[in-house]
Write a protein that binds this ligand. Structure first.
Ligand code: IPE
Ligand code: IPE
Ligand code: MG
Length: 261
């Protein structure tokens, strides 16, 4: 279902929206497909990279709001495996932006107590980007106010294939017996381990697809599709998505009266 802020909510201020939230029923893990940067720029007659650059401000606001609300896990899709098929100049601009973000924002992540992690095939990133990813992961490894996971060169199908390969390796060495393999064991081989599955997935820009993101982990996630382009998706829009999430009934295949969580 598309996210349609009611006109009622539209009139409310940010603090009135915050007051509408039930703080003990917030999602523990939010995942975001940050889409629409290119269209945001094109609408303004700017190069696509200007949209990616502006999108960083939305990332910053979302991290801050998660910290304020006590949402401890945020996973953002920054670059998909399929995004390698974009024009070379856009890929290099995105990699440059990633390096710039990590080198300039590292101090603020540390100050805010944010642990930075990445998922995806980093070995495909340029050396200098890999350097900044490793440095930021290392320097924030001890922090625990929030875990920010950035999906870079990530594909959900590739993640599952990699997990299967690692599992087969452990079967071959006898670390695990085939009859011990179940969903709980398999999950440990996924790159998001030990994060819980996302409770809420937000995709911006009006597209209503998953685009190869967290295919296993999203099995029972509430999906919120917002028409807003990512660079315009700020605190207000995030609060509206959280309010919509709190209106949902999460049944996990059961009938409502038996769902305890
Ligand atoms: C999302 O914005 C960012 C990345 C995929 C890196 P897009 O670049 O996909 O923007 P649109 O969808 O073309 O507007
Ligand atoms: C999904 O956006 C990937 C990221 C946001 C990083 P895309 O713009 O690449 O997805 P499609 O091509 O519309 O499915
Ligand atoms: Mg897009």
């Amino acid at each position: 279902m598309a996210h349609q802020p009611s006109s009622n909510l539209d009139r409310l201020s940010e603090s009135e929206l915050t007051a509408k939230l039930e703080l003990d029923l917030l999602p523990k893990h939010v995942a975001v497909i940050m889409d629409g940067n290119g269209r945001w720029a094109e609408l303004r007659g700017l190069p696509r990279i200007a949209g990616h650059r502006e999108g960083i401000n939305s990332v910053r606001e979302m991290i801050t709001l998660c910290l304020e609300l006590g949402i401890r896990a945020l996973t953002i899709y920054a670059f998909s495996q399929e995004n390698w098929n974009r024009p070379t100049h856009e890929i290099s601009a995105l990699m440059g932006l990633l390096e710039h973000y990590l080198s300039t924002e590292r101090a603020s992540l540390i100050e805010q107590g944010v642990r930075f992690r990445t998922i995806g095939r980093h070995d495909l990133l340029p050396q200098s980007a890999q350097h900044w990813v490793r440095t930021t992961e290392k320097e924030t490894a001890h922090l625990d106010k929030m875990i920010l996971t950035v999906a870079l060169s990530y594909g959900g199908r590739a993640e599952i294939v990699d997990a299967v390969k690692a599992l087969i390796g452990d079967v071959q060495t006898g670390t695990i017996q085939p009859n011990q393999i179940d969903e709980t064991t398999f999950k440990k081989y996924l790159s998001t381990h030990p994060l819980p599955d996302p409770d809420l997935l937000i995709r911006t820009s009006g597209e209503t697809r998953i685009s190869n993101f967290l295919l296993w982990q999203l099995a029972y996630t509430e999906l919120c599709f917002s028409p807003t382009l990512w660079p315009d998706f700020r605190r207000r829009e995030f609060l509206l998505a959280l309010i919509e999430y709190q209106k949902r009934e999460r049944r996990f295949g059961r009938v409502l009266s038996t769902v305890s969580s």
